[in-house]
Design a protein around this ligand. Structure first.
Ligand code: PMP
Length: 771
């Protein structure tokens, strides 16, 4: 810290340009140096010296704000910018620093008070900020559109500092950042934005006894969510109180009196309070690394940690209701979605042969983008739902469905352009000669239809499937899904005419290695199965990248070889793209394209309608003509105008938001991070994937060294990881024949912050469950 008086350049500037001489006293300041100069007659002023690094735009913004606020009544004193003798708002020193003079505020620092703030004081603080919000509403300035490290809307950018805080506390800040990101995504479009003061902390507030009498410091002013203004004040107000919610309620109530908060603002307020607390500790962690001996830089740190801890167990939805009630509004969350109640109801009325994910099941009430929200209002990063491909409740998809539903919904026996336009768009994404579409309502229906097409075309009843495959829940498809017929409750026997071939798993399969030679040898196993099949083989059905079989990326050459054998025997090749299609694999729009082949029939489902039930089969004209034998194909709901509108919107979003490109970028970020973890944790046997379709194979530590046999799978650790990640706010699942492969297949709209968060939390989890 500088000595009591500034250097000669500042002294000279103040003496000459402001005609001010007197006794100097330093004020601790976060950025730059501030002083109080007191003349012999008692008149005092604050001298602010901004460093050369302070952007001119910020000094201009502050000058404009001081001028704007000079004419406003916010109920308490606010400093005025004192002009130089020749009427300028600043003095620029030769070394690049800027000197400004401000009127001195009377009163004691709020930070120096000895007792916790009373509800009345907090209400007064809220009122001041509410008035300030009203005063700032008409204000705008080009310098205000800036990012800075204290801005609530920039909170998610601090994720990279989480590693600097002690391990046991990391989950606390991760949760705060996650809830903040998710709230911004869910409510952001409904939150007012404006220039805010952005720093109503105890060192910027002045009191006279119980009364708030002054507010200063525009160093953090910028455009942000309006609700960030009270959120920041609350983040300081909750420190050291026994009842954080009550303190928050008082500030909110005062604010609401002058600048009424809207519904979404109440929902975002608490997550923003916690995000600001997280920012405080993360900035402090960063500063400690950079400048360990400047204690002002982390004055708020200890308080912020205890406030983060004290508020950790407050469900965001309870906080929202409390804040609403404090402002005289009714609560919006009923507790009907309680986990136990729902479980009971389910046991009573839903068929029991259905499991619920996670040991502590999640009752979800909303989804947005890559996040799901539980009944408590907590956010979960969804890394498993490949159905909500373009994000949960994507507004364009929702709007397309709503508009079409309100206009026309009928069936494919009528003519309407939505059907043919969508079919053209869809077929346009597929290579020739795949050009004729059939629409149904699920992946199962689509696979059933695909098998009928194949049989009609070839007249051969035999079917080959991979030995880890799942293709659907009808009787026929269970018989074609070894994952089911060999799994719990299965008969153990394939359906009539069905034979299996090895899943081309380069890590755990009978042939190991990911070279083309291995791909070809796996492909040759198809020839062997054709030879062994008691019935002439008419079709080969496989996922391009097998999912339930363990997130497998087949070695190159596999499908080319397999297809050649199947076609050579008079069969057709069906590729199930239900899990992996629509750009997920990144380098291509369709998974089979990664293998350089063109199937005869393609089966589509899950992501097609982003959660709206849609499935499709696309084939060649020749096969479609064979199927046209007089029996009609009709699906009551398949291809209806609403589904087509939704499917078209999904394709639009994939294109406009460049989601396929994003899959390349984020997939490699993810895989690189996972490989980094596999260097540290012996339980990670393999990391694999294409784009945003990834798998993490968990093995018994050390079982992969030296042995010729595949490493021993560890389903227990895989499950422990999944369960712990759920507690930390990240949704994953484990699958594969040995239940030891962690599946990662998120909505494609996630971003780099999400990937980094997931990797950090996975590291924390692995440290706990498999150190
Ligand atoms: N094929 C594959 C590869 C699948 O993963 C699934 C569903 N998990 C299906 C088909 C069946 O789709 P649906 O559940 O929509 O009937």
């Amino acid at each position: 810290m500088a000595s009591g008086i500034p250097d000669d350049a500042v002294l000279a500037a103040v003496a000459q340009r402001y005609a001010l001489r007197g006794e100097w006293r330093p004020l601790v300041g976060y950025d730059g140096r501030n002083y109080v100069v007191r003349r012999r007659d008692g008149v005092a002023a604050v001298v602010k010296v901004a460093s050369p690094q302070t952007p001119t735009g910020q000094i201009d913004l502050e000058a404009a704000l001081y001028e704007h606020l000079a004419g406003a009544d916010i109920g308490v004193a606010f400093p005025r910018l004192i002009p130089t003798q020749d009427g300028r708002d600043r003095v620029s020193l030769e070394d690049g620093r800027t000197v400004r003079l401000l009127s001195f505020l009377q009163g004691a620092l709020w930070a120096d008070r000895s007792t916790p703030a009373s509800p009345a004081q907090l209400l007064g603080l809220g009122e001041t900020l509410g008035r300030l919000t009203v005063a700032l509403e008409p204000f705008s300035h080009p310098g205000a559109e800036r990012h800075h490290e204290w801005r609530v809307s920039d909170a998610p950018r601090h994720g990279d500092a989480v590693g600097l805080v002690p391990a046991p506390r990391r989950a606390l800040v991760e949760r705060a950042l996650l809830d903040c990101r998710a709230a911004m995504l869910r409510f952001g479009s409904e939150l007012r934005r404006a220039v805010i003061h952005g720093d109503a902390n105890d060192h910027n507030l002045f009191v006279d006894g119980d009364r708030l009498v002054g507010l200063c410091d525009l160093g953090d002013a910028s455009v942000d969510f309006v609700v960030a203004e009270p959120a920041i004040a609350i983040a300081y107000a909750v420190v050291g109180t026994d009842d954080p919610l009550e303190a928050a309620g008082s500030v909110a109530a005062g604010f609401h009196r002058h600048a009424p908060l809207a519904g979404a603002e109440f929902a975002a307020l608490w997550p923003f309070v916690r995000a600001r607390l997280a920012v405080t500790v993360l900035v402090a962690a960063r500063r400690r690394q950079e400048r360990p001996d400047e204690p002002y830089l982390y004055v708020s740190e200890a308080g912020a940690w205890s406030a983060l801890e004290a508020t950790a167990d407050v469900p965001p939805s309870s906080a929202e209701d409390h804040l609403r009630r404090a402002c005289g509004l009714s609560a919006v969350h009923d507790r009907a979605a309680d986990v136990e109640t729902l479980r009971e109801a389910r046991r009573a009325v839903i068929g029991p042969s259905l499991s619920v994910s996670y040991r502590r099941p999640l009752a979800v009430i909303a989804g947005r983008g890559q996040y799901l929200f539980d009944a408590d209002g907590r956010a979960y990063l969804d890394l498993v739902n490949n159905v909500c491909h373009v994000g949960h409740c994507h507004p364009r998809v929702v709007a397309a469905g709503q508009a079409q539903m309100a206009t026309l919904n009928t069936n494919t026996r009528y003519l309407y352009p939505q059907l043919t336009e969508y079919a053209e768009r869809l077929c346009g994404t597929l290579p020739d000669p795949l050009s004729v579409a059939y629409f149904v309502c699920s992946g199962t229906e689509a696979n059933e239809l695909a098998l009928r097409l194949a049989r009609a075309h070839t007249g051969r009843p035999g079917l080959l499937v991979l030995d880890g495959a799942y293709h659907g829940h009808t009787g026929t498809l269970i018989g074609a899904s070894p994952y089911k017929f060999r799994g719990p409750g299965g008969s153990g026997a394939a359906g009539p005419g069905v034979a299996t071939v090895p899943t081309p798993d380069p890590y755990r399969g009978p042939l190991r290695g990911d070279g083309e030679d291995v791909g070809i040898r796996y492909g040759d196993a198809v020839a062997a199965a054709i030879g062994d099949s008691p019935r002439p083989v008419g079709a080969f059905l496989a996922e391009s990248l097998p999912g339930c079989a363990g997130q497998i990326v087949p070695p190159p050459g596999y499908l080319r070889t397999a297809f050649a054998h199947v076609r050579g025997a008079g069969g057709v090749c069906i590729i199930d793209e239900v899990q992996v299609g629509f750009g997920r694999v990144g380098e291509a729009f369709w998974g089979f394209e990664l293998q350089g082949v063109v199937p005869d029939i393609v089966v589509l489902g899950k992501p097609m309608g982003n959660g709206h039930p849609m499935g499709a089969v696309v084939t060649t004209r020749e096969i479609a003509d064979s199927f046209d034998n007089g029996m009609e194909f009709f699906s009551t709901f398949g291809g209806n105008p609403v589904s087509c509108a939704i499917g078209t919107a999904v394709l639009d979003v994939i294109r406009d938001e460049r989601l396929q490109e994003r899959a390349v970028e984020l997939g490699s970020r993810f895989v690189d991070g996972l490989r980094g973890l596999s260097d540290r944790f012996a339980c990670i046997g393999d990391v694999r994937g294409a784009g945003l379709f990834m798998g993490l194979e968990i093995i018994k530590a050390g079982s992969d060294v030296g042995a010729d046999a595949p490493p021993a799978p560890d389903a227990t650790v895989a499950d422990a990881i999944v369960q712990r990640m759920r507690e930390l706010g990240v949704l994953l699942s484990a699958d594969g024949p040995d239940h030891n492969v962690i599946k990662i297949k998120p909505p494609m709209v996630l971003d780099a912050d999400d990937v980094d968060t997931a990797l950090r939390l996975l590291e924390t989890t692995l440290d706990e469950v498999a150190p």
